[in-house]
Every structure is written in structure tokens, then in C-alpha cells.
Design a binder for this molecule. Structure first.
Ligand SMILES: Cc1cc2nc3c(=O)[nH]c(=O)nc-3n(C[C@H](O)[C@H](O)[C@H](O)COP(=O)(O)OP(=O)(O)OC[C@H]3O[C@@H](n4cnc5c(N)ncnc54)[C@H](O)[C@@H]3O)c2cc1C
Length: 401
């Protein structure tokens, strides 16, 4: 008897867990996801995400149920404001001008929880794919216990989806090490929990505040919390040394010559300097875009396929688009009795130009975070018709509905 087509997914993050959930009810298909952490491990719980309107539009077309559940556990992202740290307004964009629906603001841990619950038993926790050998008729896999590294099984699948995120060992071993381009800024993030009275909190929907090129970004997320991220210029060859992480240095970054901070920035600076021990640090960086392996048996999705700078909040957003597009292509192929070996090239054909445009747009929109930039001039560009038209394409043109 002919066996059912079989797909393995490496990583139950945004792209992997969503793809598995979108395919779980397909009777003619086996899908298994290998996730290195345990079911209750939310290593990214100290983070919030703003997920773009385009992800929600893609999700509503692919799984109205999941879209409703995610909206129910998040806040709407409906405005984008930009100001100077003293409160001088530079931009106040109602996203309804450039999108068909709002985006969301959500805790990262909650997004993972919802996506993983939707995928259900397809996910095998504390497991990794340590080796993958593509060949003419499939991919041979070595499955290991993620803690001990001991091999616990072997499998052969028709299609391997690599969705291990930005630092994916499997992607590197199959596609070759990915070159990283640093973009010239350091970033940090912190989740401020326990806000006593969210209605009185000076942080609400998505806002950015500038002191020269030094930027604070913040928004409320459900559960009486505020997610905040700061950035400041850092040369591409410079090191992110400890002196750059000290409270006094951070306070000075966001304090203008006049010394006056608007209430939102004063709130953020106080919490940032109080929480320097809990802050997560990174450097603004991006990698190359690669979806399809030449073997036609391996597909990369999400950050493993296109690590981008987070400036427009499109990392998880494009991972959602990837999963929705891939699920539809897989369903279509199975319906038409076409082989899964067509999928990597079909995903690349459908997605490459859009994601390339998104990566480029995100890099260009990082202009105000770089050394020597003027936030007033840089933000003025973001209020002009050309920028708004590009934003509208990004938020509306979800091509695979
Ligand atoms: C500070 C910061 C802020 C961000 N803000 C936003 C934002 O506001 N909006 C937005 O859209 N995006 C944002 N992003 C980007 C977003 O988080 C990522 O683009 C998104 O999570 C990518 O999804 P993914 O499925 O590709 O990878 P991930 O969500 O990273 O998932 C990868 C999964 O693979 C698992 N894994 C890794 N290695 C292995 C292995 N060897 N074996 C098995 N499993 C493995 C991981 O445990 C994880 O579950 C931000 C990123 C950062 C760092």
C-alpha cells in the first residue's frame, strides 16, 4: 500500500507551529514538528510583538478560527506615532489609512502558546533534527533528544521544512553558513510587567520617541504589561561592550539637552534603568534570503529563510505569511496529486519578490536609527505619499488569498 506523504518541520516557532496547525486536518498527510524546547518553555516570554496587518489578513483567509483566537488574546495595533523625546509630535498614522485591518500587539509567549496549541500533538517537544540528507526520493533524518544529543530515531520524509529561526543549525548545514550584515545600531528589549493601572499608563498603542538617532519604542500588551525596545547607533565593527549597558549611559541616551521628557519617555527610561539586569541585547542585522534547497526536498521558512531587521515589525509577520502561503500550496499540490518536491520552488516563486521588497523596505526605514540621522527629516519621509503607498502595499498585498 502506498504510504501517505510525510512532512517534517524543524522548529515550532511562528512559521513551523502555524504551518503544522494549518495542515493538521488534512487526512492525506502526515506532519511532525520537532521542537528543541519543552512545551512550557517560553524563552522569549520577556518580549512583546507588534504583528503587522498583513499577517492578520493572511491568517483570516487561512484559518478564521485561529485569527479570532489570536485577536482575542491581543490588543489591536491601530496607530503608529512618532515623536521627539520631549513629546513634539512628528507623525500620527492611523493604520486604517494604509491597511484593510489592524495588526496586533501581543506577548511573544502567548503567540507561541496559541500557535503550538493549534498544532496540537503534531509537535514533539525536546526533539531536534540533527542531520538531514536529501536525495532523489526524500530526506533521511536523524532525530535526537535535544538535551542529551543522543539519537532516538530515524525517518525518511518527502519534504523537510526548516523553521528553526534566525540561528538555525539545520539551515546552515543544508544551505551553507549564512552571511550576516550588521546595519549599524544596537537594540535592547524589555517587558515591563505589573502595570497597576493600564488605563493611566502613558504608553498605549505603538509609539516611537527619538533623541537624535537614539530611539525608544513601546506599546502595551495584554496582562498589564508594556513592551519596550531601545536602540542607538553602533558602528558595524564596534563591540556591544558592558559600558553601553549601564543605567547612566542609557538614561543619557534618551535625555535631550533641555532635560524635559514627555510622560511616556520618562516612564520608559525609569523602567529601563531599573531593569538593566533583565534587558535582552542584540545588534540590528539581516541575512540572505533563501527558500528552496537545490534538492527540491528542503524548504526554509520564516527567519531561517529571511532574517530581516525588525524595524517595520515584519519578522513574525512574514513568517505568518510564509506559513499561510506554504499551507495553501501544499493543499493544492495534494488535491491535484502533484509531488511535494514541487513545493520549495513554488514557495520561492510565490514569495521571493515580496519578501525581498519587505527586507529592503525594513532596512530603508531604519534610517533614523543610524549615526548622524535627523529624526525630524527621516520621519517627514514616512509621512509622504511614496512611503505610505509602500506601506499600503506591504499591509494589503497578501497575494495568495
Ligand atoms: C527583539 C526582537 C523584536 C522583534 N519584534 C518583532 C515584532 O514586533 N514584529 C514582528 O513581526 N517580528 C518581530 N521580531 C521578529 C520575530 O520574532 C521573528 O521574525 C519570528 O519569531 C520568526 O519566526 P520563525 O518561525 O522563523 O522563528 P522563531 O519564532 O524564532 O521559531 C523558531 C523555533 O525553532 C526552535 N528551534 C531552534 N533551533 C532548533 C533546533 N535545533 N531544533 C529544534 N527546534 C529548534 C525554537 O525553539 C523556536 O521555537 C522581533 C525579533 C526580535 C529579536
Amino acid at each position: 500500500m502506498k504510504r501517505r506523504p510525510r512532512i517534517a518541520i524543524a522548529g515550532a516557532g511562528v512559521a513551523g507551529a502555524l504551518l503544522a496547525g494549518l495542515l493538521k486536518d488534512h487526512a492525506g498527510l502526515d506532519v511532525i514538528v520537532y521542537e528543541r524546547v519543552g512545551e512550557d518553555d517560553h524563552s522569549q516570554s520577556g518580549t512583546g510583538l507588534n504583528v503587522g496587518p498583513n499577517a492578520l489578513k493572511a491568517l483570516a483567509a487561512s484559518s478564521p478560527y485561529l485569527e479570532r483566537s489570536i485577536r482575542a488574546d491581543s490588543f489591536a495595533w491601530a496607530r503608529w506615532t512618532v515623536a521627539l523625546v520631549d513629546g513634539t509630535n512628528l507623525m500620527d498614522l492611523d493604520l486604517a489609512r494604509v491597511a484593510d485591518n489592524p495588526g496586533i500587539r501581543i506577548r511573544w509567549s502567548q503567540l507561541y502558546r496559541l500557535l503550538r496549541a493549534h498544532a496540537g500533538p503534531a509537535i514533539r517537544y525536546r526533539r531536534s533534527i540533527a542531520g538531514a540528507v536529501p536525495h532523489e526520493s526524500g530526506v533521511d533524518l536523524s532525530i535526537v533528544d535535544a538535551t542529551s544529543g543522543a539519537e532516538i530515531g530515524r525517518d525518511t520524509v518527502d519534504l523537510l521544512v526548516v523553521a528553526e529561526g534566525r540561528f538555525s543549525p539545520l539551515r546552515d548545514s543544508l544551505f551553507g553558513p549564512m552571511a550576516t550584515n550588521y546595519v549599524g545600531a544596537a537594540t535592547f528589549r524589555v517587558l515591563i510587567d505589573g502595570i497597576a493601572d493600564p488605563a493611566a499608563c502613558p504608553i498605549g498603542d505603538y509609539g516611537q520617541w527619538f533623541n537624535g538617532p537614539n530611539r525608544i519604542l513601546a506599546f502595551q500588551v495584554p496582562g498589564n504589561a508594556v513592551y519596550g525596545s531601545g536602540s542607538f547607533p553602533l558602528g558595524i565593527d564596534a563591540k556591544l561592550t558592558d559600558d553601553l549597558k549601564q543605567p547612566d549611559f542609557l538614561r543619557a541616551l534618551y535625555t535631550p539637552a533641555c532635560g524635559t521628557l514627555c510622560p511616556g519617555v520618562a516612564f520608559m527610561v525609569e523602567h529601563i534603568v531599573r531593569n538593566t539586569g533583565r534587558i535582552h541585547w542584540a545588534r540590528l542585522q539581516e541575512g540572505e534570503l533563501v527558500y528552496a534547497h537545490p534538492s527540491r526536498r528542503v524548504l526554509a521558512l520564516g527567519d531561517a529563510a529571511h532574517p530581516m531587521v525588525p524595524t517595520l515589525g515584519q519578522g513574525a509577520t512574514q513568517a505568518v505569511e510564509d506559513a499561510c502561503a506554504t499551507a495553501r500550496l501544499i493543499r493544492d499540490a495534494l488535491r491535484d496529486a502533484r509531488p511535494l518536491a514541487e513545493i520549495p520552488d513554488a514557495v520561492a516563486a510565490l514569495r521571493t519578490a515580496r519578501v525581498q521588497t519587505c527586507m529592503e523596505f525594513s532596512r530603508q526605514a531604519s534610517d533614523t536609527m543610524l549615526a548622524g540621522s535627523d529624526p525630524v527629516v527621516g520621519t517627514r519621509w514616512k509621512t509622504q505619499p511614496e512611503f505610505l503607498a509602500r506601506l499600503s502595499n506591504l499591509y494589503r498585498d497578501v497575494a495568495f488569498q
